[in-house]
Design a protein around this ligand. Structure first.
Ligand code: NOJ
Length: 496
């Protein structure tokens, strides 16, 4: 409550936004109504909501396997074996979606639920039936299915050979995606390939914070980024070649980006290239391949460190051509911002991403902005700045916001979530009023669910879930009431 009051006061007395005077709020600029064509949705992912981890023939994913052996990795020692049971209780989610009045629902397909071994010769019809029924029920209720092909649910077999650190993943990912297009592409028209490359590659293959828990700083992340870009690009080309004409779907990649504020634009540009450009530049830029500064500095560091070749080489002509232009839109996940500066001394171990990035976080950044129960601070200015950065840097590509949300430790009177959604939607509206091509917004998340390393302790949902009742009823929070009004009126000022 105090942080909410402090936030409102800061918002009222705040002056114009500048890098030095961010005040955790955005002021309305221009039209106060979202365009008619703008779509509102909600988001989730398979591992976080489905449960039924070994039901009806599903195979294990690397998250299932790792958390069974290492419950200590998660804040409350939990896992998502059962979670909120959307596999059994999807109708309750559907009811919530209908109540909100959303245009679309973003969910992911668990690769091992339909191919238990990961290889496409291991088809599991019951898994396929489940996703068919989800898609059909959504459509029957006028809700567009937006499908994430991969939200980190890697089949265990794929990790046996290194997962995304081995280029063998490229063909297997494309095979898997091809099956999804042929099974569901008659009805699914918006596809998201691989969720949050940064989280997956840095935390999974650099410093072992999430499965597959590889410790290979300065090398593992880059193998993962490279193979992920190839898997994404090759999937896009395969769709164009085999399905696009008939199915007419669109494909994007969901990138999580913290906008990097700094007093020095060179520092911001460098920060953004290492944070976002590693994925965005090869796919969206006119020149293709990795950002020049990233290629140059990693090659230089590698040489100084005695490596015979760069730890992150150019993608080469063949792959650059495949990857360049391989997105019909940019899917964007935004939660918070960073504030960065040049370091005063050496940064990071040799070798490491931190050393290559060669920037430090400004001490006490965003101290005045409310802190959520998890990693994120309330910095909506970062979203407006980011959308303008994307408009200017990547030729005003269409942006679909596929995540944005606030965590707390529970309760139905979630006023901070309302303030968060309101301010971030205001940032989106300001950006649209300023010519940015943002066409949709899907907050994270529909219902409280398994928040990976935070388990069930931290909640992002618009709906609370009764975890001790057999049918795990979903109850709308105040934020659900607020969001419903936003969707209905396309405006942001409502009392709940
Ligand atoms: C990003 C991830 O895609 C999602 O799985 C996660 O729950 C949210 N961030 C919130 O941390």
């Amino acid at each position: 409550m105090w942080s909410l009051l402090l936030f409102v006061i800061i918002g009222l007395i705040g002056s114009e936004i500048s890098v030095d005077a961010l005040n955790c709020t955005v002021r309305p600029k221009g039209s106060s109504k979202f365009p008619k064509t703008f779509k509102f949705g909600a988001a989730s992912s398979a591992y976080q909501v489905e449960g039924a981890w070994n039901v009806d023939g599903k195979g294990p994913s690397i998250w299932d396997e790792y958390l069974h052996e290492h419950p200590d990795l998660v804040k409350d020692g939990s896992n998502a074996d059962d979670s909120v049971e959307s596999y059994r209780l999807f109708d309750s989610d559907l009811k919530a979606l209908k109540e909100l009045g959303v245009d679309h629902y973003r969910f992911s397909i668990a690769w091992p639920r339909i191919f238990p071994t990961g290889y496409v010769n291991s088809k599991n019809q019951k898994g396929i039936d489940y996703y068919n029924s989800v898609i059909d029920k959504l459509l029957a209720n006028g809700i567009e299915p937006v499908v994430t092909i991969f939200h980190w649910e890697l089949p265990v077999n794929m990790q046996k050979f290194g997962g995304f650190s081995n280029s063998f993943i490229v063909d297997h990912f494309v095979d898997y995606a091809e099956q999804l297009f042929s099974l569901f592409g008659d009805r699914v028209k918006t596809w998201l390939t691989i969720n949050e490359p940064n989280e997956m590659c840095k935390f999974g293959f650099g410093n072992a914070r999430v499965p597959p828990m590889i410790v290979a700083p300065g090398i593992g992340e880059y193998l993962c980024y490279t193979n992920l870009l190839k898997a994404h690009g090759a999937t896009y080309r395969m769709y164009q070649e085999k399905f696009a004409e008939k199915q007419r779907g669109k494909i994007g990649i969901p990138c999580n980006v913290n906008y990097m504020f700094s007093n020095d634009s060179d520092v911001t540009n460098r920060g953004m290239d290492f944070e976002f450009g590693i994925i965005a530049h090869p796919i969206l830029s006119k020149s293709g391949d990795l950002p020049p500064i990233v290629l140059h500095d990693i090659a230089k560091n590698s040489q100084e460190e005695g490596f015979k070749r760069s730890r992150l080489p150019s993608l080469g002509k063949y792959w650059t051509a495949i990857i360049q232009g391989s997105a019909d839109f940019l899917a964007l996940n935004y939660y918070t911002a960073g504030q960065i500066e040049r370091p005063t001394g050496p940064v990071g171990a040799i070798p490491s991403f931190d050393r290559d990035n060669n920037l430090t976080s400004t001490p006490h950044a965003f101290e005045n902005c409310p802190q959520a129960s998890t990693y994120l601070r309330f910095v909506p200015e970062g979203l407006e700045a980011l959308l303008k950065y994307i408009r200017d840097k990547y030729d005003n590509i269409e942006v679909k916001m596929t995540e944005n949300g606030w965590s707390d430790s529970g309760g139905l009177d979630d006023y901070m979530r309302i303030e968060y959604v309101k301010n971030h939607l205001q940032a989106v509206l300001n950006a649209i009023n300023d010519g940015c091509n943002v066409t949709s917004y899907a907050p994270w998340s529909l219902v409280d669910s398994f928040e990976f390393l935070n388990g069930y302790a931290d909640k992002f949902g618009f709906y609370a879930v009764n975890m001790t009742s057999p049918n795990k009823e979903r109850t709308p929070k105040k934020s659900a009431r607020y969001y419903k009004k936003v969707i209905k009126t396309r405006k942001l000022n409502h009392k709940v």
